[in-house]
Design a protein around this ligand. Structure first.
Ligand code: C2E
Ligand code: CA
Ligand code: CA
Length: 872
């Protein structure tokens, strides 16, 4: 809507700078009369001899001076809207000059000057015409008295009396007419409409338009009277219709109300309502049109907006309704005042119009959820009410979610919008689930576990109860993954998750933390005994193999248990301590461990080390030491066992017990084993004199995880070729307990390795509870008697029996028997007596650097008995 300032309405002044139509008409007529009179005067002067001898002068002056002057005045008047005051003064001068030149026309000239005074009154009013009269009396008087005129004094009297009477009479009439006119114009100007008059020739041509035309359309009222103005500014889309209706009204002589648009001076589209009256003369003929135009742009805009809102409300995919609380004390008295089609569709009664019905009757499902009470509260408090996820329709099959917004609309009204957000809501649910659940197993993830853990500890604190966190890591998962592919690994994880879930039931929350790590949160029976019982249940659940892609897989897990409040009172520390316990379990022979403060001493360091291991390979921080193995028969150095150390930048030289298990857990065992193998081969190769074949063998320790490395065999084969080190001098050691972790796999991989020409050895023999039956199927060349038996050889009969039995068994199977951990000469002697083949131990030599081995080798070439070969 265009603001229309009242101040902008100009009230016409007495001598408006812009003349009205009638003024212009008057101007036109007056000047036409004047020009004609001037020409007539010139002709008269030329043809009437009685005018006197100067008549030719007069005719010439009239044509040459007065006529051009008058034409100039006409032009000026057309331009400015009214004649200049000087015109009337000049007329008096011309009159005086005329009398001076032709005294005989004294009286007629006076008559003409009186008429001119009359004209001045009409145009300028009394004061200006009075001035013109006074000026006239002066100049004309001078002229009349200076030449020989007839009765100049009488003439002047007559002129003064006639002029003064005119000014008094016509002036008063003119003043009152002008006041009246101004009042009318002011009144018209005050009306917020364009009042107009027009003729119909053959379309509307305005003869008058009130000043408001300027404010409404920006065209001055004078421009309206230009022919063609009206149709030129009607909106092209409306033009044909409006012209037809207008012509129709004129012809039919009936009044009409037209609505059309016009284009304003500044290009706006202005909607107008035009009430047209046909002017009919006495003869009953239509002679013109008269009308009032009002600007309805704002109203049209409002109507249009209202229509759009109405459309919106009707079509919007959202239930909208307005309800009135009839009885402020009764929320059930809410009555529908307005409802859109979506709201109707929401009602189960199939009604087209809900107006007049009670909300409780038409929306029974919403009422069941207490919505009417919320709505009544909105009316009572004036506070809006929002509910994001209303689910009224669960019972009716498909789940539907609504987002409800209720807002006060007046003293007793409430507006309600119900938006079906089923799609977004379900998507949000899925997202929420994705954020809190593991996609593979569907188990809660770490985030959800953390959340539940925090909540559980809060509740346990409030209720003075306990909670337990069990962290679990599968022992050979990576190997399974590597050997059988990720798909099998995934399948195993899923199968295991289901089994653990079934086992646990409602007694705890099981979450997958990532990879092969799981956690169980217990809040009931969550004391030491309860948690231990669950750990045992898990152990038992995993005893049964899993069928994955037709293969029967068995996996062990290490579980760490931490209890609230015994071990930690905050969730982070509890989780960390369960981790510590889990590593403890991994290091021990048990499948689970309860957190104990003494484990924790190294735990933080271990977690840090775990991160640093990767860097250790890159930065070449591992060192290989060699522990000599001698032949008990000859005392000569026959080989070494390559033992890894970590030259840590902060902790110094660290033994394998501090990091081998970490390397196994983290998968770093693979690069580590490769590094040890390669280093051992090159170092042992360097022990041979240039040009001579190597003679000192080297043993490398394998971890069971290496068996799951499908590329290891091929890699070793390539390296053997590359290093040119004889495979027959290489021995690969695997502990007995690790062989027993997966005997079938051990048989298979050891067989493959042996096919490369290397020897294989069972380390720490006697501790792994291997069934002797297996032993004969194992593709091995050597057994190493565990140092615990060797250490007891001197003192324990039982140990001696065991050592003897192992040596005999080994020999029966055609294997070389090595005793490790020989710490004294007596033990060395006993072993030799028992027929053991080789020995290794601090008594002979501690692990040394590769550079020391040639020295050891040459020392052992001495006669048997020089046992302490590398002590010096
Ligand atoms: P292991 O294979 O049984 O190696 C023998 C361990 O006994 C070595 O400990 C050695 O220093 C120690 N030892 C040697 N003589 C004696 C003795 O007379 N008395 C006593 N009490 N101990 C003796 P180390 O070097 O700390 O290695 C510990 C274990 O770390 C090794 O046990 C081996 O299982 C593992 N390991 C070492 N290097 C590697 C490696 O490169 N790869 C893998 N997977 N494991 C390794
Ligand atoms: Ca070993
Ligand atoms: Ca050993």
């Amino acid at each position: 809507m265009r603001p229309r300032e009242r101040n902008a309405v100009s009230v016409p002044r007495a001598h408006g700078s812009v003349p009205n139509a009638w003024q212009r008409e008057l101007g036109r007529l007056v000047f036409a009369a004047r020009h004609t009179s001037i020409v007539a005067l010139a002709v008269l002067a030329a043809v009437v001899p009685s005018i006197g001898p100067n008549r030719w002068w007069i005719a010439g002056a009239v044509l040459g001076l007065v006529l051009p002057w008058d034409l100039l005045m006409h032009w000026w008047t057309r331009r400015t809207g009214r004649p200049p005051v000087v015109m009337f003064l000049a007329n008096q001068l011309f009159g005086a000059a005329f009398i001076a030149l032709a005294p005989t026309v004294y009286v007629p000239t006076l008559l003409a000057l009186v008429a001119d005074i009359g004209l001045a009154i009409v145009i300028f009013g009394r004061r200006t015409s009075g001035t013109a009269l006074a000026f006239g009396v002066l100049v004309v008087g001078c002229a009349a008295f200076s030449v020989d005129t007839h009765e100049p004094l009488v003439g002047m009297f007559g002129y003064v009396i006639a002029g003064a009477s005119l000014i008094a009479g016509v002036g008063a009439l003119f003043e009152s007419e002008r006041r009246l006119r101004n009042r009318h114009l002011a009144l018209l100007g005050d009306v917020d409409a364009i009042v107009w008059e027009a003729v119909h020739t053959p379309t509307r041509r305005y003869t008058f338009a009130s000043e408001r035309a300027n404010a409404i359309l920006g065209f001055p009222a004078t421009q309206w009277t230009d022919s063609g103005f009206w149709q030129d500014h009607i909106h092209p889309d409306d033009l044909e219709r409006v012209l037809a209706e207008d012509a129709d009204a004129f012809r039919g002589r009936h009044d009409v109300e037209l609505e059309y648009r016009m284009i304003s001076a500044d290009g706006r589209v202005v909607c107008l309502r035009d009430r047209v009256t046909v002017v009919i003369d006495a003869a009953g003929q239509a002679v013109g049109l008269r009308g009032v135009v009002i600007d309805i742009t704002a109203q049209r805009g409002a109507e249009e907006r209202f229509r759009q809102y109405a459309d919106l409300v009707e079509r919007i995919q959202m239930a909208l309704l307005v309800a009135r609380l009839v009885d402020p004390a009764d929320s059930r008295s809410l009555e529908v005042v307005a409802a859109n089609p979506m709201a109707c569709a929401l009602s189960p009664h199939g009604l087209d119009d809900l107006v007049g019905y009670r909300v409780v009757d038409v929306f029974p499902r919403l009422v069941k959820l207490g919505l009417h009470e919320h709505l009544a509260r909105v009316v009572a408090t004036g506070e809006p009410y929002d509910l994001d996820d209303l689910e009224p329709d669960r019972a009716a099959g498909g789940v539907v979610h609504y987002s409800v917004h209720a807002f006060p609309l007046g003293p007793d009204l409430v507006g309600v919008s119900l938006d079906d957000v089923t799609g977004p809501s379900l998507a949000a649910q899925a997202l929420r689930r994705q954020a809190t659940h593991d996609t593979l197993t569907g188990l809660p993830n770490r985030a959800l576990l953390n959340d539940r853990l925090r909540r559980a500890l809060r509740e346990a604190t409030q209720n003075c109860t306990t909670a337990a966190l069990l962290v679990m890591d599968l022992d050979q998962f990576k190997e399974i993954n590597d050997a059988l592919g990720h798909h099998a690994g995934d399948e195993l994880l899923v199968a295991m998750s289901r089994r653990l879930e079934d086992m646990l039931g409602d007694s705890g929350l099981i979450a997958r933390l990532g990879g092969d790590e799981f956690a169980i949160l217990l809040t009931e029976n969550a004391d030491r005994a309860g948690a231990t019982a669950v750990a045992q249940l898990v152990e038992r659940a995993l005893e049964q193999p899993f069928e994955v892609e037709g293969i029967s897989l068995q996996t062990n897990a290490s579980l760490g248990i931490a209890l609230y409040p015994d071990h930690a009172t905050d969730p982070e520390l509890l989780a960390q301590r369960a981790d510590v316990a889990m590593y403890q379990a991994k290091r021990s022979a048990h499948s689970f461990a309860m957190y104990a403060a003494e484990h924790d001493h190294s735990s933080v360091r271990r977690v840090t080390l775990l991160g640093e291991l990767r860097r250790a390979v890159e930065f070449d921080e591992f060192r290989l030491f060699h522990q000599p193995t001698i032949s008990l028969a000859t005392g000569a150095l026959v080989g070494t066992e390559a033992l890894v150390r970590w030259q840590h930048p902060v902790h110094g030289l660290m033994g394998p017990s501090e990091f081998i298990d970490l390397a196994e857990v983290s998968g770093m065992i693979h690069p580590l084993t490769r590094w040890a193998f390669k280093s051992a081969l090159y170092q042992a190769g360097a022990w041979a004199e240039p040009g001579e074949e190597p003679t000192i063998g080297v043993s490398i320790n394998l971890s069971v995880r290496n068996l799951y490395d499908p590329e290891l065999t091929a890699w070793m084969e390539a390296l053997l070729v590359e290093s040119n080190f004889p495979p027959s001098l290489v021995t690969l050691e695997l502990t007995e307990s690790e062989v027993m972790d997966d005997p079938f796999l051990a048989v298979e991989v050891l067989g493959q390795l042996r096919a490369l020409g290397v020897h294989t050895s069972i380390d720490d023999f006697g501790t792994g509870h291997s069934a002797l039956a297996y032993l004969k199927h194992l593709p091995i060349d050597e057994i190493k008697i565990d140092q615990s038996f060797v250490a007891g050889l001197r003192t324990s009969r039982a140990d001696e029996t065991i050592v003897r039995a192992i040596i005999d068994l080994g020999h029966n199977l055609g294997l070389t028997v090595v005793a490790e951990g020989v710490e004294d000469d007596e033990t060395l002697q006993r072993l030799r007596d028992l027929g053991c083949d080789r020995a290794q131990g601090f008594h002979l030599s501690p692990p040394v650097t590769c550079h020391q081995i040639p020295t050891v080798a040459s020392a052992t070439k001495a006669p048997v008995g020089r046992a302490s070969v590398a002590r010096q």
